[in-house]
Design a protein around this ligand. Structure first.
Ligand code: SF4
Length: 371
């Protein structure tokens, strides 16, 4: 991967002079090859990261923007432009994502907005975790995230039904918890529950010693088993209760249970589809590169775990086989949630193959690994 950087504009030139200088440096140095570029302000902070199949054409395009266009606004604050060539458009897309993820530049709102379109079910950390629906991947590395989903409202209702059925809390993070097994000789009286959910049996009451930490942990494990497709969770119990209500002619209650079953079933279906989509994004993907710089990307569950030059000799083929064993050898349960750090990459890869279905012809299944 080659790199070219523009020198910073001289101290003090006016806007027009500085922009003219930047343009002449781009003209002199940039080539029409795939790559990523960064535009930075006078203090060196990166304002924008972009990618293009033709870096030179893309960068020169900024100088033709109308004053009210985003490109012109970025340029007005730019003092440094640098770019790095990549072997292909796909490589540039990945490099762009990783740079944005690292630098989070102020003008890269599109990716942030794209991520915000998606909802995730978050299982919080701590002694009494709760299920929580968030928009966009919140940056909490200790939490577990399931998704992405579209339609946050629908997911929120299903999560509420699941939490109610399992007795999981849904209160604020800073509500103090007191488990039954934490009671000491010096505990004074009973606490008042923080909300009505304990009284109406929707929450086990970890805030008022209503359960032991173990009981609560078991319910969280059940919720995770449901989210990971290892259990049907409370659906079976709801069905039994619904049938009993119908026999007793309690039709209103039976209808409420039916709605909860429908929400949970829809969520389960969506989780199954996601798991299938993730598993289908596991393959070796060979991408032709600039001047023969072809690369093989080792994709597992929707994220690029490694890349290597496309092998041309037996030695290179053996090296790729070793890398393949490293990447795909260790077991990884299909139900495991996608690590937070990889969610945006999963979204990027699935949209890449949706936009370029022909590229699937360049993928090949992971070869069977021998012990
Ligand atoms: S009963 Fe207590 S732990 Fe449960 S949701 Fe209400 S405040 Fe939270």
């Amino acid at each position: 991967m080659s790199r070219a950087a523009l020198l910073p504009a001289r101290k003090g030139p006016g806007d027009q002079e500085r922009i003219a200088l930047l343009r002449s440096l781009v003209r002199a140095g940039a080539e029409n090859r795939p790559g990523v570029y960064q535009m930075a302000g006078e203090d060196g902070a990166v304002l924008y990261v972009g990618k293009s199949k033709r870096v030179r054409t893309r960068l020169l395009g900024y100088f033709r923007c109308e004053p009210e266009e985003k490109g012109a606004r970025i340029l007005r604050e730019t003092s440094h432009v640098s770019w790095e060539y990549c072997p292909s458009e796909f490589a540039a897309l990945l490099a762009e994502l990783r740079l944005i993820r690292r630098l989070w530049p102020r003008f890269n709102v599109a990716m942030k907005r794209d991520l915000k379109r998606y909802a995730f079910i978050k299982v919080t950390r701590g002694t009494a975790p709760k299920l929580h629906v968030v928009r966009g991947p919140a940056r909490d590395p200790g939490a577990l995230y399931y998704g992405p989903f579209t339609g946050a409202g629908r997911v929120r209702e299903a999560v509420r039904a699941l939490s109610n059925a399992l007795g999981l809390r849904d209160c604020a993070e800073d509500v103090p918890m007191l488990f039954d097994d934490q009671q000491t000789l010096f505990s004074i009286g009973r606490r008042t529950p923080g909300c009505i959910r304990y009284e109406i049996k929707r929450c086990l009451g970890p805030c008022v010693a209503g359960c032991s930490s173990r009981d609560y942990g078991d319910r969280v494990a059940l919720a995770r088993a449901f989210l990971e497709g290892r259990s049907d969770g409370p659906i079976g119990r709801f069905r039994d209760e619904m049938d009993a209500c119908r026999e007793r002619a309690e039709f209103e209650r039976a209808a409420a249970l039916r709605d909860r079953i429908q929400r949970l079933t829809a969520l389960r279906g969506e989780l199954q589809r996601l798991r299938f989509a993730l598993e289908s994004l596991s393959f070796l993907y060979t991408v032709p590169g600039h001047e023969g710089d072809d690369r093989v990307y080792l994709v597992r569950r929707g994220s690029v775990r490694a890349e290597a030059p496309a092998p041309r000799s037996d030695d290179e083929r053996r090296a790729l086989a070793r890398l393949t064993a490293d990447v795909y050898g260790p077991p990884e349960p299909a139900a495991a949630p996608v690590p937070l750090s990889e969610i945006d990459e999963v979204l990027l890869l699935s949209s890449w193959f949706q936009r370029h279905p022909d590229e699937l012809a360049r993928t090949q299944p992971v070869p069977a690994l021998t012990g």
